[in-house]
Design a protein. Structure first.
Length: 290
């Protein structure tokens, strides 16, 4: 009996590990099949014949480098504009009544029910020279002729901000809702004005939400294709459009794969920069400084 019980007791020791592996295995297999393997395939495809020719073409062509720089510049502008709009919106949600919060949440989430293509076409109609916005400006006497609001950077910024705004509001609201209002009351009791209270107390406490929102907005904006294609002009091409045209029009799969690998690597660098910024900004709080 003792000889039979020893293997069983040893097997029981490994049962928790086996159960944990069984639970994790489906997720690991899913990630390998639908994330890791496609990335490996794209990387191998970009090195067709073991050559870095596609990367050399990308590096040696100023036009392609300008597209990458323009993509990051547009995403930076959209991130700033989105945060400027999302911050007061999220703050209003934290100080409003339950009914108002429900209304504001529905207003910010309602665009998810409409396809990205329809939203972009809607902005195209609104922003064109004969659109509603220019008609209102002309009728009010603020302008004498239509202002170009589409087929340029303005149209791309408006369209991308509208799409990405919920991704900034939700992380900000999640952080702001956890801030104790008594901290601001304590600062006011100690003689701090509203601006000083916001700058020294509320803003640092809400900064993790700002970083999270900026990461989401910036990284999602790097892969935009439909909105810049509809609302932007010939000088507003982004890397997503360049990848699509390389596949659909030029049928140059190695070059498109190289662009995808470069975009993935740059996105990883962006994540690293935001992670460092987040660590530097939270380091004083972890040390106990107020």
């Amino acid at each position: 009996m003792s000889a039979d019980t020893k293997p069983r007791s040893g097997l029981r020791l490994f049962m928790p590990e086996i159960s944990a592996l069984a639970l994790v295995a489906p997720a690991v297999i899913f990630l390998l099949l639908f994330f890791v393997l496609p990335l490996v395939y794209i990387t191998v495809k970009s090195l067709q014949g073991g050559s870095f020719a596609s990367y050399l073409v990308l590096w040696e062509s100023p036009a392609y480098l300008n597209v990458i720089v323009r993509t990051f510049a547009v995403c930076a502008i959209v991130t700033v504009v989105t945060l400027v709009l999302a911050y007061p919106y999220a703050y209003l949600m934290t100080v409003s009544s339950r009914l108002t919060v429900i209304f504001l949440s529905a207003a910010i989430l309602l665009p998810f029910w409409v396809s990205l293509l329809l939203r972009s076409y809607a902005w195209l109609i609104l922003l064109q020279n004969t659109g509603l916005i220019n008609k209102l400006l002309l009728s009010s006497g603020l302008i004498d002729k239509p202002v170009p609001l589409v087929r340029n950077l303005v149209g791309v910024t408006v369209g991308m901000t509208h799409v990405l705004l919920p991704y900034a509001v939700l992380p900000l609201y999640s952080i702001m809702s956890k801030i104790d209002p008594k901290l601001m009351e304590a600062a006011a009791i100690n003689g701090a004005g509203p601006i000083r209270t916001f700058w020294r107390v509320y803003l640092p406490l809400s900064f993790p939400g700002i970083v999270s929102a900026a990461v989401l907005v910036f990284t999602l904006g790097l892969g935009f294709y439909i909105t810049p294609a509809l609302l932007g002009g010939s000088g507003d091409i982004m890397i997503g459009q360049l990848i699509a045209s390389s596949v659909q029009m030029l049928m140059d799969l190695p070059f498109a794969s190289a662009l995808s690998v470069v975009l993935l690597a740059l996105t990883g660098c962006v994540f690293g920069v935001f992670a460092i910024v987040g660590q530097l900004t939270t380091a004083p709080d972890q040390g106990g400084a107020v």
